[in-house]
Design a protein around this ligand. Structure first.
Ligand SMILES: Nc1nc2c(ncn2[C@@H]2O[C@H](COP(=O)(O)OP(=O)(O)OP(=O)(O)O)[C@@H](O)[C@H]2O)c(=O)[nH]1
Ligand SMILES: [Mg+2]
Length: 353
């Protein structure tokens, strides 16, 4: 079996966490699996990929380009995995993912007919986004969420650990009524609940290869793209003496960026801060909005002395302003922790350009 599945879904819905959990679950119970993280930064290492690698998952990354537009690179990578015995390969998609069904699934089947078995086109959504849609809220983001769901063959309601049974049933019923073309199921990538159902849905199901009626020129989509800045930073932070609490360091930085973005009237759908010590201990902090609590996704196990840090952000904020905010936060928080910094890579750009 040479099965390939795209995982679309909004920033922070849990695509990477789910791909990591599923790759491991599937490999243990069904057959070898792998995951590919895809994003646009040039010559960068993605926080998502590094997290998967540090966690021991069979993973790789495609950077510089969206897999929508480099089918040769994607095909070569997929074939490499299948040749190595993989049965299922998962990949995500940069930005908002809208259009991935057309560009990746239809594009691949046109350019490389019959080479791969395409699994149901999978869209992840988190409970908070369902609540926004059900409440008729969400601004420009609502258009994107609806367009993503319209592309879905399989809707995966992730983070079910955050819902009561009644809330879960109501959300699934709402998704079923409003997106009847897709099957909806619920999982928690964090606890592992529902991974078997998801494995089987991908293993046994097929892509419908529909052409949903989505207005890709819609002003809300363009507006959201125009506002979104992607930001990549990689640096090394070394303490001058003693050691320090790496988790608190990352959380303080996230808090500082969050406050500055909130004060400026901006939004940050996802800020990722991943750091690791030379011997492999690592920590991760996530921020999913200016009004949401900072998530200590993975605390360090031991005190830190010498960290490699990757910061990736998507924010609705002009690129130059975001750079000022992040640079100020990194410098001032690092100074508080008496850290010497060496920046390796910095890149940021507006997604609409
Ligand atoms: N409570 C809970 N949190 C989760 C779950 N899955 C993911 N998260 C958290 O949600 C945050 C975002 O998860 P990611 O997997 O990075 O989301 P993503 O969709 O890959 O985000 P982008 O790469 O920005 O598109 C992280 O802090 C995760 O730990 C879940 O099942 N339950
Ligand atoms: Mg991700």
């Amino acid at each position: 079996m040479k099965k390939y599945a795209v995982f679309s879904g909004f920033l922070g819905s849990g695509k990477t966490t789910t791909m990591m959990a599923l790759t491991q679950y599937y490999t243990k119970h069904y057959g070898k699996a792998a995951m590919i993280s895809n994003d646009l930064g040039e010559g960068v290492t993605l926080a998502d990929h590094r997290l998967a690698a540090l966690s021991g998952v069979n993973a790789s990354e495609i950077t510089d380009e969206c897999i929508c537009f480099c089918h040769d690179v994607l095909t070569e990578r997929l074939n490499g995995y299948y040749d190595a015995g993989c049965e299922l390969v998962l990949s995500d998609i940069p930005g908002f993912g809208v259009g991935a069904l057309e560009h990746v699934y239809h594009g691949l089947s046109k350019d490389y007919p019959g080479q791969f078995q395409l699994a149901p086109f999978t869209v992840l959504i988190e409970p908070r986004s369902v609540a926004l849609l059900r409440g008729g809220e969400g601004g420009d983001m609502a258009f994107i969420l609806r367009a993503q769901l319209m592309e879905a063959d399989l809707i995966v309601l992730n983070k079910r650990d955050l819902l009561t049974e009644e809330e879960l049933a109501a959300d699934l019923a709402w998704l079923g009524e409003n997106y009847p073309q897709a099957r909806a199921l619920a999982i928690s990538a964090a606890t592992g609940a529902g991974l078997d159902e998801l494995s089987l849905a991908l293993r046994e199901g097929e892509a419908s290869m529909r052409h949903p009626e989505i207005d890709y020129e819609d002003a809300d989509l363009q507006n959201a793209m125009d506002q979104l800045t992607e930001y990549y930073l990689q640096y090394r932070a070394e303490v001058c003496c003693n050691d320090f609490d790496g988790t608190a360091y990352l959380a303080d930085m996230a808090r500082r960026v969050q406050a500055a973005l909130r004060d400026g009237g901006f939004e940050v759908p996802h800020l990722k801060l991943l750091a690791w010590e030379p011997e492999g201990d690592f920590g991760k902090v996530d921020l999913l909005g200016v009004d949401r609590p900072i998530e200590l996704t993975r605390p360090f196990e031991r005190p830190c002395t010498d960290l490699a840090v990757i910061l990736n952000a998507n924010a609705s904020c002009p690129a130059a302003r975001l750079d000022e905010i992040i640079t100020e936060a990194v410098n001032s928080v690092s100074k508080d922790y008496q850290l010497e910094l060496a920046v390796f890579k910095k890149e940021f750009f507006n997604l609409g350009e």
